[in-house]
Design a protein around this ligand. Structure first.
Ligand code: ADP
Length: 182
């Protein structure tokens, strides 16, 4: 089983659910930038205050802010990790590569979870988080297409990409993921 992983895919594809399951099973560190940012917002830190308005509108918080959050958790952690919701821009991906080269821990696989827009919208509306209303969701999907989806070709070119369809029940998808990452 690969130990240094990245999950890619649109909001609502099930990255968070599957990432949690896999990390629990394999003992990997689960780094979700969305979760980490929400924790900063809840704790009322300066960083959280900076991020919350952008998050509520469905935009992306600045690359430098997200990088600072990830960097301090990756440095010194050698037991394997799964990045979920990061990188989300080409600049984040390039900065991550520089960091990983420095700490000599390259990415071993990138898993793309795909799902049709209509299903994504339905799932996110059912979830009902603070940033899950229809207008904000549509904006997040656009941001994904414009800023994040170019990463698919980037990782394909590097020979790291595996992709699966995210429709099916949680156990079924978990099985598919393990097959692809073993
Ligand atoms: P989802 O995958 O459902 O969109 P996340 O929990 O991954 O939700 O992210 C929620 C919000 O947090 C994003 O819409 C964005 O504002 C912010 N965010 C999370 N990760 C990043 C990142 N890598 N770069 C910029 N913004 C991010």
């Amino acid at each position: 089983m690969k130990q240094r992983l990245l999950f890619l895919g649109p909001p609502g594809a099930g990255k968070g659910t599957q990432a949690s399951l896999l990390c629990q099973k394999q003992g990997l560190l689960h780094l979700s930038t969305g979760d980490l940012l929400r924790a900063e917002v809840d704790a009322g830190t300066k960083l959280g205050l900076e991020a919350s308005e952008i998050m509520n509108s469905g935009g992306l918080v600045s690359d430098s802010l997200v990088l600072s959050i990830v960097e301090k958790r990756l440095i010194g952690h050698n037991q394997g990790w799964l990045l979920d919701g990061f990188p989300r821009t080409l600049l984040q991906a390039l900065a991550l590569e520089v960091l990983l080269e420095k700490i000599k821990q390259p990415i071993e696989a990138v898993l793309l979870i795909e799902l049709d827009d209509q299903l994504l919208l339905e799932r996110l509306l059912a979830r009902g988080r603070a940033d899950d209303n229809e207008e904000v969701i549509r904006h997040r999907l656009e941001v994904y297409k414009e800023k994040t989806s170019p990463l698919i070709d980037h990782y394909k070119t590097h020979g790291l990409l595996k992709s699966i369809k995210g429709d099916g029940d949680v156990e079924q998808i978990a099985g598919l993921i393990e097959e692809n990452l073993s």
